[in-house]
Design a protein around this ligand. Sequence first.
Ligand SMILES: [Fe+2]
Length: 205
Amino acid sequence: MRPTETLMEEHRLILLVIAQAEQEAERIEQSGSVDEARVGKMLDFFRNFADRCHHGKEEDHLFKLLQHKPPARGPVAVMLQEHEIGRGFLRRTQEGLEALRSGRADGATQVVEGLRGYSELLRAHIDKENYVLFPMADQILAPAEQERLAAVFARVEGCASAVRGVSACTGASEPLKQRPCGSGRMVKAPRLGEAPGPSGVHLRV
Ligand SMILES: [Fe+2]
């Protein structure tokens, strides 16, 4: 398998969880309640698989090679910048969860902004890689470079365990269909001026 094919297969998995994140943002907006565990699992997947494993392969290996090839330099710079913007959206989602736990009213809004921002960014970003940068990489990387890259990708650690997060968030595989992402524990965002409950959060089980 070409290295770019491996990355495109990973994009497909990331998009499965992105679709869940979009639905979750919609649900939070309509209900005002945040399923803390479900959003937490999405964050784990985006951090461990999308960012550490997948973006790690791109930034530490593919992009490093491409940076020496003039036609790819500009697109690679844009991709690196978008990875950073994505990390910002993940931080915003995490901050939203922490705000909810401490009873702050704006936590749910932050979670929605974080999930939506990340989803929109990643959809467009993945299209640019799939349809512009990767076809360019296939053209300009020599066969020997592609072989070395494929071998390096196979040795990147932590990807196999991180990919299990797809099932945890989508219920796509049989065992996890019975145990979907999240525990069902809901954190209700307090209205402005409303005092938080004794634990600092409003729960709906
Ligand atoms: Fe990518």
